[in-house]
Design a protein around this ligand. Structure first.
Ligand code: F6R
Length: 320
């Protein structure tokens, strides 16, 4: 059992992330979907929705739609599997999407720590309370993966999970995160990955925003080579580009990253973040872990509290 008393202590939560992943898998051990599933929709915002972005490259046989909005797509029907993920259980976009999915009689699985979502969905997967949603990414994403593997919609992920947990070594990843944070300080970070690691690039950007309270952006290869590559001449020096480089990316993508770096290096700043691991899951989680540490250290360098997101809370209050 995960023993963590102060879950708003970002560093403590980061250090316990490998344990969180182990616990997260257990939550979905026995959950399995029966019947024919034609498509998957993941509804969730911010730290709860990122799991949908990460999920996309795992599912090869049916479409996955990541829904970060009040409405769900018209194609959703009884053969759709809809994951509704909201850590608080009170996010209005996600609750609206939940009601629509139920109306359309989709197969719905809710993941939440409580709130209105837990009240409405009696079979919800309940995750521990007290975390910042973004710090509960293991609890919010891994059950989705486990359920799809249990249901044979994606291949078994057991050895990938073991590999990922072995690679989530706080001492090593925090050191790498710290080195990265030093490069990002006083710059505007822009994270780039292949399409497969788009969710990782996006996560790194959002963690800098929420933890370090700094602007940050992201984009993907190969698309960036058709527009963004042209945009560094003016103001490019204010940026710190981070290329997430993965030996397992297509050779064409790796070649593009190398040539792109050479072409833009005099107009901006580029650093490489090399991905470790064999399985897609390990590669994703280890890189995210380094990025999470980087955003934590960047917050300390910026003299801000990584644990609170006052402005998001204020906005939610004003919307009520
Ligand atoms: C806060 C955070 C936010 C929330 C988002 C949705 O830590 O990460 O991005 O995740 O505002 O709220 P929940 O997750 O409660 O549905």
């Amino acid at each position: 059992m995960l023993i963590l008393t102060n879950k708003s202590d970002m560093l403590g939560v980061l250090e316990a992330f490998p344990e969180q992943c182990k616990e997260a898998i257990k939550l979905a051990r026995k959950v399995k979907i029966k019947g024919k599933i034609a498509n998957i929709v993941v509804c969730g915002m911010g730290g709860s929705g990122i799991g949908g972005d990460l999920l996309r490259p795992f599912v090869k046989k049916i479409p996955v739609f990541v829904n970060k909005n009040y409405k769900i797509p018209d194609f959703v029907n009884r053969n759709s599997l809809v994951f509704v993920v909201s850590y608080s259980g009170d996010t209005e976009e996600t609750l609206a999407a939940y009601l629509e999915a139920k109306k359309k009689r989709a197969v719905v699985i809710a993941i939440t720590s409580g709130g209105k979502l837990a009240e409405k969905e009696k079979n919800a997967i309940i995750v521990p309370k007290g975390y910042q949603p973004r710090a509960a990414i293991g609890f919010l994403f891994l059950p989705v993966l486990k359920i799809l593997a249990n249901s044979r919609i994606i291949p078994n992920q057991d050895s990938a999970i073991r590999e990922a947990i072995r690679g989530l070594v706080p001492k090593i990843c925090s050191k790498e995160g710290f080195m990265l944070a030093k490069k990002l300080k006083d710059k505007i970070p822009v994270f780039y990955g292949s399409e497969e690691l788009a969710g990782v690039a996006y996560r790194m950007k959002t963690q800098v925003n929420e933890n370090a309270k700094q602007p940050a952006f992201w984009h993907v290869f190969p698309e960036m080579d058709h527009n963004e590559i042209n945009g560094f001449k003016r103001g490019g020096k204010k940026l710190q580009l981070v290329f997430i480089r993965d030996k397992r990316d297509l050779q064409k993508i790796r070649k593009r990253m190398a040539i792109t770096k050479k072409l833009i290096k005099d107009s901006t700043n580029v650093t490489d973040l090399h991905v470790r691991g064999n399985s897609l899951l390990a590669r994703m989680l280890i890189t995210i872990y380094i990025g999470d540490y980087a955003s934590y250290y960047l917050a300390l360098m910026n003299k801000v509290n990584p644990g609170i997101v006052k402005i998001i809370e204020e906005l939610k209050k004003r919307l009520k």
